[in-house]
Design a binder for this molecule. Sequence first.
Ligand SMILES: [Zn+2]
Length: 383
Amino acid sequence: MRQSLFAVLCLLATWGTGHPATAQTTAVDSRPGGNVIYVTWDGFRWQEFFGGAQEPYLAKDAGVADVEALRTRFWREELAERRTALLPFVWNVIAREGQIFGDPERNAPARTANRLKFSYPGYNEMFTGFADDERITSNDKTPNPNVTVLEFLNRRPGFEGRVAAIATWDVFPAIINRERSGVYVHAGITPIPGDDLTPGEQLLNQLIADTVVLWPGNQIDSLTMQTALEYLQRKRPRVLFIGMGETDEWGHARRYDRYLHAAHRCDEFLRRLWTLLQSLPEYRDNTTLVIGPDHGRGGTIRDWTDHNAKVEGAEFVWSAVLGPRTPPLGVRAEVETTLSQIASTLAAAVGEDFPAASPKSAPALPGAIVTGTPTVPKPGDPK
Ligand SMILES: [Zn+2]
């Protein structure tokens, strides 16, 4: 019922906006629940996400090589201008057309439910819907005993073999339990597998082989970004996770300039990704984009580089949602959330009920996904 209603609404919207009705209708009919893409920025703080460049950190002490150049690039007196200079897609597009969670200034803090405040516990939490501080206690490549929402979806009708993860960090095959889940996972510094690679993927494999290794377990973001875009076009997955890692690496390295540039490029990647999605019939007006980090970092000039159970404030995170089922409520106020609510949000975005299958999982972010009555473009809406 829901699906047929959605198809009718889309058909109406299609007529209203004058898009070719046949192509659009066919695409929607073939993917009644839509698609979801989740992009993480490892360890990117809420302070910069909501506040842009932080002035005390625009200094040699924070590892900035050229303070004046960084100020020119990202410092603005006005908050709105400052955060838009750093993250233009987030603040020009998602904040207007989607929803953003985690702003402490609006009494809307977002926290990790896990108390460890580092990556595997964070990714476990966001993908399984609950913290597991008993069993997930290190970043070791131990196959996850818990079932992620990616594994759940990969077994649902219409999603089999159409769930994928492409990430910089080489622990994801364990976090997603690639062997058991059957989810396609390409992670770390490894060639793109397969004998049907596009010319772009063949070039990427050469670049992967030729690029100096900065971190043995973590690919640089640019190669993973492009790998994800190529995979998206070749395989057309319905559920795609894309994990970025440089924000965390440059934070640990105490390089605030590169930390900011990494985030800025992650934002630009979202813009390219979103533009690509709206150009492909399977995805256009039928895809939800979710973004967020896996943990925060310390809140002082001394400990902003770090995050673990002992670092105060590293439990604070944020998230953002954009798509046809997300009412444009902008920056949400008066709502406390946790990282564990991501899993159910991803499932809800494609019309699936993860807590029904995994009762320990937290509910979806409140109001982020409207099921049953998707928000379709109104006639005359700008594209
Ligand atoms: Zn880290």
